[in-house]
Design a protein around this ligand. Structure first.
Ligand code: PLP
Length: 389
């Protein structure tokens, strides 16, 4: 099969598996133990932390290992809200989140709203770019504790203007969390220079293992723990997932080594896919996020208003695996909240199909994808073509 769903997850790289096995077999002791086996595990943990921090542009002490980006997002939001409330004697309580955040983060925001926290969504424009004027308007309320904006959108690949957001948030006396899960491995990432106070990442999006990620916490920020305990400088309790952390470090090393070439190659192949689809399909192909800065690996399209599930099923039978932001439920396909926020109709927002390339995607795979689309999507599109007047 041709796997074009790298924004969902990536296969662990061989060197990742090797380092994980080594950690499992050799460094299985508890890094908190003072005996020699424990100290050996502790050295491995320290070494991995240095390598990951170097890739992410942060200090080792700013990195808190978590079970992934979902946990990191929870700690960032709950922690930053609690901190701001305490510092301002309750005056700063408001949470602003972009309308196109990951569903897990939006679910947390909704839960908080249900508990009485003032929560607002920041709009995006038709290209999926953050509406900075809307952000300014909402920051002017003066009671904002935290702004949470993703680094890049998982469905459209649209990259958010993190530095411009950071400058505004800082000027308004609030804090910024960036869910950078989709940036790592697909863009140059530097926490120190980003202007963010908090940043979430996840290893499995860059050929590392699942179940391990990190929250980067700006030095000096006394962020409360989500899980109490003394590990991770009292910021995340629980015995460290050493095999996961070792695999995460190997994934960062590997990504750092070839990042520039990988980005250039993925961008070329993404263009080839887009051009190829346009060439073989009848009119009616729309590129979502067109005109905005996008991740080099992501192409989100809709074929007229054809339900994504119909397209994805046909593509998969032809050997091509892609994805949709629209969730399939018992009551039918739910429209993607990202595409709705961009002004798509409900039918259009059920039609988004995402092709996300990886660093191992080949030109031959892109050709196969275009051929498959010509064979199985073309007839669907023609059947949907409005009849001539
Ligand atoms: N945030 C974004 C933008 C994502 O794309 C994902 C991936 O599914 C997540 C968060 C969740 O990451 P994890 O699987 O590490 O919890």
């Amino acid at each position: 099969i041709v796997y074009l769903d790298h924004n969902a997850t990536t296969a662990p790289a061989p060197e990742v598996v090797d380092e994980m096995l080594d950690a499992l077999q050799r460094a299985w002791a508890n890094p908190s133990s003072t005996h020699e086996p424990g100290q050996m595990a502790r050295r491995l943990l320290a070494d991995a932390r240095t390598r990951i921090a170097s890739f992410l542009g942060c200090q080792g002490a700013e990195l808190v290992f978590t079970s992934g980006a979902t946990e990191a997002n929870h700690q960032a939001i709950l922690g930053a809200l609690a901190l701001a409330r305490a510092e301002s004697a309750g005056a700063r309580r408001r949470l602003l989140v972009s309308a196109v955040e990951h569903p897990g983060l939006l679910a947390l925001a909704e839960r908080l709203a249900g508990e009485g926290v003032p929560v607002e969504r920041i709009a995006v424009d038709a290209r999926g770019q953050l509406d900075l004027a809307d952000l300014d308007r909402q920051l002017a309320q003066g009671d904002v504790a935290l702004v949470s904006v993703m680094g890049a959108n998982n469905e459209t690949g649209v990259v958010m203007p993190v530095e411009a957001v950071a400058a505004r948030v800082r000027a308004a006396g609030a804090r910024l969390h960036v869910d950078a899960t989709q940036l790592a491995g697909k863009a140059r990432l530097h926490f120190g220079r980003s202007g963010a106070d908090l940043m979430s990442v996840s290893a499995h999006k860059l050929h590392g293992p699942k179940g391990i990620g990190a929250l980067l916490v700006r030095k000096g920020l006394a962020l409360p723990a989500l899980l109490a305990g003394r590990q991770e400088r009292h910021r995340r309790g629980g015995t460290e997932n050493l095999p996961g952390i070792a695999g995460f470090a190997a994934a960062c090393d590997r990504a750092a080594r070839t990042l520039d070439e990988d980005l250039a190659r993925m961008a070329r192949l993404r263009e080839a896919l887009e051009d190829g689809l346009r060439a073989v399909l009848p009119p009616g192909l729309a590129v979502l996020g067109e005109g905005a800065e996008r991740l080099p690996n992501t192409l989100c399209v809709r074929f007229h208003e054809i339900d994504s599930e119909r397209v994805l099923g046909r593509l998969e039978r032809a050997g091509i695996v892609a994805a949709s932001g629209a969730a399939c439920t018992a009551s039918g396909t739910q429209p993607s909240h990202v595409l709705l926020a961009m002004g798509c109709s409900a039918a259009q927002a059920r039609a988004g199909v995402r092709f996300s390339l990886g660093r191992d995607t080949t030109p031959a795979q892109i050709r196969r994808t275009v051929e498959a689309a010509a064979r199985v999507v073309h007839p669907l599109m023609q059947a949907e073509q409005p009849a001539p007047a």
